[in-house]
Write a protein that binds this ligand. Sequence first.
Ligand SMILES: [Zn+2]
Length: 265
Amino acid sequence: MTPIAIHAFNPGPMTGAGNWTWLMPGRVPTLVDAGTGLPEHLDAVTAALGGARLAQVLVTHAHVDHASGAVAMAERFPGVRFFKMPWAERDSRWPVEWESVTDGQVVDAGDESLTAVHTPGHAPDHLCFWHAPSKALFSGDLAVRGTTVYIPSNLKGDLADYLASLERVLALQPSTLFPGHGPVIEDPSTLLRGYLEHRREREEQILSALAAGEATPDALVPLIYRGLKEQLFQVARETVLAHLLKLEREGRAGRRGDAWHIMEP
Ligand SMILES: [Zn+2]
């Protein structure tokens, strides 16, 4: 199964070079992710369809760079259907008729079928789509080669969920990931194991920083991210907070106001 990569033409500080969307042509022409609705993207989808009618768009999660293009797509491709795991507050920003897909559900796509795999963490509604015969996974924002994945705690990101999602996908032993950003990932297990290791290291860094005395997330950021660029501070702060919230839930860290401290076991 080789989907057609179609770029969404939306480079930016949070999307890097921009998003990839994935077309599966065939009996049920299916696009994975909607991009942001730029005309260049819609034109590229039209060209790749080669005269076929786009049947449906499977959206991995309701972040703007994956979902917001649904509105423009609904206009350009009359009759197209949109599927995602519901996240009511967010989905309503893009007024199309969202149909629900949940964990384990099988959907026809192209000439194949895909199984939805709920992989929360980066976003609560995050789905990957699994093609069992080829062990390929449309992986949304689960993994991006060359960098780590942002866990926005202010947008229902959850680090513990994310780690569980990585373990879940590792257990599938995928051969290939077709991601929302960056190149195709041909050796997923190495990358995903690297992510787990990286998060363990970050957690250790945060625990040892807190062992030296209580600290706010703002104070922890420069201790953990050395030489951080100014414009990435907010993202780093959210990541530190995601770690702290996980540690709090595990009873290993606590807070008074905005100051966090370590909890003795
Ligand atoms: Zn995202």
